[in-house]
Design a binder for this molecule. Structure first.
Ligand SMILES: *Cc1c(COP(=O)(O)O)cnc(C)c1O
Length: 307
């Protein structure tokens, strides 16, 4: 073999006896196929097969499987940010003529997505009171295809009655998606309360060190996983295995980090509540927060962000 050929051929080495607790970072664009028939049949590899680096590597699939297990779902897809997770879910569900219902306290860039992008493409949105609960049924009409939830909400912290909204949606054949970034699957699992899409900004508690951007969408239905795959494929969206590797490292300490920061945040919230300069503290674990009784009913513990 010529030296120049040796430069582009990595020798195969034995993996026997090598069992690391760390997940390897597999980088790839092209995937090597055994023969031309194997390549021609690549579409038959299905949702979990490997076809091209953009569509998944063992590194990204490991993180997806870990988040799926935490959420009690069937499949997870990783996307480049939390905002992308919301946007891709909406693009997978909504077509021109459809309407999405969004809560008034929604993460602000999601409202911008609805007003500045979806509206001009014929997809309408209506804003609802986050504390509406089962009353959401009155807002559902023939065009309603998706109800978005975020609990607690960004800034004003209302805790939503997720099971009641999911029940009302299901009764009318409407899908639901919940931004679960505040809680993470350790404190609340939207899928076990009837939600169809559990969305997380892994950028926050999973990452944990302000050094990565990543989002996830977890579903129970394989048909919804297929709908997400179709959107990701045509838009050419995938994630870097290096980002996934950082998240795989971060998630190992998420439990202790959240327990500690949750305790510190609550003590701080209580101190602020007693401070004369502070009019009102909005922390889901405190009775002064709208939806506090729902928080007590549905969540395992409090996370860190409050206002
Ligand atoms: C940060 C955040 C997002 C967006 O996550 P990025 O990864 O920064 O895009 C979405 N929803 C909530 C509730 C967030 O706090």
């Amino acid at each position: 073999m010529h030296d120049l050929t040796r430069c582009v051929q990595h020798p195969a080495v034995s993996h026997d006896g090598f069992k690391s607790l760390a997940v390897p970072t597999y980088r790839a664009s092209t995937i090597v196929y055994d023969d031309p028939q194997d390549f021609a049949r690549r579409a038959a590899r299905g949702l979990d097969g490997y076809t091209y680096g953009l569509h998944g590597t063992p590194t990204t699939r490991t993180l997806e499987a870990q988040i799926t297990a935490l959420h009690g779902g069937e499949r997870t897809v990783l996307v480049p940010s939390g905002q992308a997770a919301v946007a891709i879910t909406m693009l997978a569900v909504l077509k021109p003529g459809d309407t999405v219902l969004i809560p008034d306290h929604v993460y602000p860039p999601v409202r911008h997505l609805c007003t500045n992008y979806l509206a001009s493409r014929g997809i309408a949105h209506r804003v609802y009171d986050p504390l509406i609960g089962a009353g959401i049924a009155d807002l559902i009409d023939a065009g309603t295809k998706l109800i978005w939830l975020e609990s607690p909400g960004s800034g004003t912290m209302e805790v939503q009655d997720v099971p009641a909204i999911a029940r009302a949606a299901k009764a009318r054949g409407v899908l639901t998606g919940c931004d679960n970034t505040w809680a993470s699957p350790l404190l609340f699992k939207p899928l076990s309360h009837g939600v169809d899409f559990a969305v997380e900004a892994l950028t926050k508690y999973v990452g944990g060190h302000s050094d990565l951007l990543l989002g996830s969408i977890t579903v129970k239905e394989l048909s919804l996983r297929q709908a997400l795959k179709d959107v990701l494929g045509v838009l050419g969206i995938g994630v870097s295995p290096d980002e996934a590797a950082l998240a795989l490292r971060g998630i190992e300490t998420m439990g202790v980090r959240m327990a500690h920061s949750g305790r510190v945040a609550r003590e701080f919230a209580e101190r602020l509540q007693a401070a004369p300069a502070v009019a009102r503290v909005l922390h889901p674990a405190l009775p002064s927060c709208p939806g506090h009784e729902i928080f007590t009913r549905d969540f395992n513990a409090a996370s860190t962000v409050f206002s």
